[in-house]
Design a protein. Sequence first.
Length: 206
Amino acid sequence: MKLTTMTQVTIDGVMQGNGGASDEDRRNGFERGGWALGKGDNETKAFINQTYQRADAFLFGRRTYELFAGSWGSLTVQDVPGWEPVMRALNTRPKYVASATLADPAWSGTTVLSDDPATAVADLKAKPGGELQVHGSGTLIRWLLKHDLVDEMTLVVVPVVLGQGARLFPDAGPDLALDLVESRVDSNGVTIQVFRPAGRPQYATA
């Protein structure tokens, strides 16, 4: 399986609180949740639905898993008009959680990867199938990139600057070159960019 990630981010790289004002969204004094709600047009909505439909399995970090389980895991198709493909995919396909602390997950179809996650994820990728998808899960994405386990990254960039909140990439960290595979912008200014990791960047020499 190809390991792919999809992340909603602001222009200043914030990914925290895109969907609303849960306790998780408000951690560390964050007060600007819900910045992505309703921002994409119908084409972006269709792109996100189609992406989830392609998934053979999902991989989460613990925080995102608990947020998704508490929302998507408890809803019905009547609760999410227009997002039925996302809900069906999340509730019917295998879910894996990279966590040393999560025990007895209640969401049906969940397996916890608590021992040697690098080997466990590599083993998942070796299985036949299309995509192993990661949604949200910023800490996990950074760890996967560090271990060269990401095949493709999709950034859904919402045209807003928040000025606060947890970012996908920290102020200091490893560097990464990216090849642009696909790019589109919707009628509301939301940009979808699909990248493939391409090793270390090249820097100019004096």
